[in-house]
Design a protein around this ligand. Structure first.
Ligand SMILES: [Zn+2]
Ligand SMILES: [Zn+2]
Length: 155
């Protein structure tokens, strides 16, 4: 045991992935274990071998983040979009979802990030809607004709 300890380099205060090694000890089974502080604030005991081999890089929070990126959001509503189902497409390492615009019923595709952050709020064709019922010059905007891409106005 003593020989092995001499051969292995000191890893206290070293960082592996998100984990900072606080102390090294042998657990009740005699396995070399490292008490680590994760960047997320969790303290977790990780087997030395898993740590130095790079198998374990966080307390588990990284896996959770990855899982979260792929988590099922079908049926959820974000602004004017209803998430219908997962597509086979991937963007920025995350799933692209098929969403239904609740204003017009048109389908678009968006990632969870785009939806959560509000980058995409509808099918994208309602960006002109905000001037409807407003008066522009002598014209009162009644509606936006998406097919014609023109406004219907009252003079
Ligand atoms: Zn963590
Ligand atoms: Zn729409």
């Amino acid at each position: 045991m003593k020989k092995e300890n001499k051969l292995t380099t000191k890893i206290e205060n070293k960082k592996f992935g998100r984990l900072l090694v606080l102390s090294v000890f042998n657990n009740e089974k005699g396995r070399k274990t490292c008490r680590c502080l994760c960047e997320c604030g969790n303290i977790k005991d990780i087997y030395y071998i898993n740590l130095v081999s790079g198998r374990t890089v966080s307390c588990g929070c990284r896996m959770k983040e990855i899982n979260n990126r792929f988590s099922d959001i079908s049926g959820k509503k974000y602004n004017n979009l209803l998430v219908e189902r997962k597509t086979d497409k991937r963007k920025d390492g995350t799933v692209v979802w098929k969403c239904k615009c609740l204003i017009c019923g048109k389908y678009i595709e968006a990632t969870k990030k785009q939806l959560e952050r509000g980058y995409i709020k509808d099918c994208g064709e309602h960006q002109y809607d905000d001037i409807i019922v407003k008066t522009v010059g002598k014209l009162k905007v009644v509606s936006y004709e998406h097919d014609l891409k023109k406004y219907k106005c009252l003079c």
